[in-house]
Design a protein around this ligand. Structure first.
Ligand code: 4IP
Length: 147
């Protein structure tokens, strides 16, 4: 007799396909409460973190490893995870644009600066998707024109 087939693991939509910014006020409040235990919560001015991850930011010769925090607002803060000090923020505007070069390297273009970034784990495309979703939420017309 054949054994029962093992259940096929399925990914919930919330893990894979869900738009990061589609959150009810109730969900936002709930997640903000949970976020208080995140050590990076103190840097985000009370905004809900939608995505965070280590990114190497290259300027001059040496890349600096930073914790990037994409939040509602929108904001894109970065913090030195070694010293836990706030380092800066990539300024959001309708003209911010993210571009993947490959799985690791990506760029964020702003009117005054092009940021050279690298996801050491090779999830640059996830950053592109997240930033595009945030852009679509806050600057919908401009995002549609880019498409
Ligand atoms: C620094 O280089 C770091 O890359 C800084 O990044 C960067 O600031 C500085 O650029 C750059 O001179 P050194 O550490 O080798 O001195 P971080 O702030 O993440 O430490 P930003 O934040 O602007 O990328 P200037 O031009 O901002 O000073």
């Amino acid at each position: 007799m054949l054994p029962d087939a093992a259940p096929v693991p399925t990914r919930k939509k919330s893990e894979s396909g869900r738009n990061l910014t589609e959150l009810s006020q109730e969900e936002i409040q709930k997640r903000l409460l949970a976020q208080e235990s995140n050590p990076f919560h103190v840097f985000v001015e009370g905004n809900l973190i939608l995505k965070q991850g280590l990114v190497d930011k290259r300027k001059g010769l040496f890349p600096r490893r930073r914790m990037f925090l994409l939040t509602l607002g929108p904001h894109l803060y970065y913090v030195d995870p070694g010293t836990m000090t706030f380092k800066g923020e990539i300024p959001w505007s309708k003209d911010l644009r993210i571009e993947a070069k490959n799985f690791k390297t990506f760029f964020i273009h702003t009117p005054n600066r092009k940021y050279y970034l690298e996801d050491p784990d090779g999830y640059a495309l996830e950053w592109c998707k997240a930033v595009d979703q945030v852009k679509q939420r806050y600057f919908p017309d401009e995002s549609a024109l880019d498409a």
